[in-house]
Write a protein that binds this ligand. Sequence first.
Ligand code: GLU
Length: 303
Amino acid sequence: MIRTARVCLALVVFAAPAAAACGKEGSPPVKGPAADRLPEYRVAQGFRLPDSPTWKRAEKRGYFVVGAKEDQPYLGQRDPATGTYSGFDIEIAKMMSASLGLAPGTVHFRTIASANRETALQNGQIDYYVGTYTINAMRKKLVGFAGPYYMAGQSLLVRRNEHGINGPQDLDGKRVCSAAGSTPYQRIQREYPKAVLVAYDTYSVCVDNLLTYQVDAVTTDDAILIGYAAKAPRELEVVGRPFSKEPYGIGVPRGDNALRFALDDALEAREKNGDWKKAYEATLGLSGVPAPTPPAIDRYPAS
Ligand code: GLU
């Protein structure tokens, strides 16, 4: 009974149409990003950043190459028919390009999995990375981070018929899936060693495994899990409270401090002029969660 109440509540939180579907047959429709409500990002005219090797390369090329995720609803999703990327992270990537002087429509996105982000930035495969990328001390030894631009928290996704898992304390002996190289994977390994960890490249494969009873739970950031739950609302639900802080940053090549500081400035400006909020509302905000106040930018010293 309590469980049912919670499921309905979760759906109400997720989207208004879901409320009507609660207790009835048929899944609520899952809305994609509201393209007509996306802001147009003003392109900085005559912008130059000669101290940034990454910017100089991109400017010569005529566009930025940005790493992203392609299977995370509302955050970073690629339409297989058109190849178009959409979501909150994608909007952040586009507004950054505009602030750095290159039209947002020119950005070339490249899908990079969690475990490959540092290498992609180190070997110049991408100019910057926007994809639910938690800033932490270990990663800062390998790459730079502008931001944070959003605060997420680790949570759990389970099948609705699974009644034994309500938080990470219930994971002993359970099969828990996460993405290789991710901070949620590392936290379970470190703090809940009795959980049976299963790793794949992407969370969408974890979700497939959850639906087919290969694993008992999927763990990663709440922002990501809410999107998957919305795709299969009759089968899946997010349970418990977030049990970590995951500040999302824009990954840049380590040592390109000029680029990092320019992105910090750009994020601050886009938060101030309302573009951040508009982008949120047209993407992640479709989950029904009102726009939070973005976290303070951490402009750490040049490294
Ligand atoms: N934010 C976490 C991380 O950066 C999980 C999401 C992801 O794997 O992208 O590891």
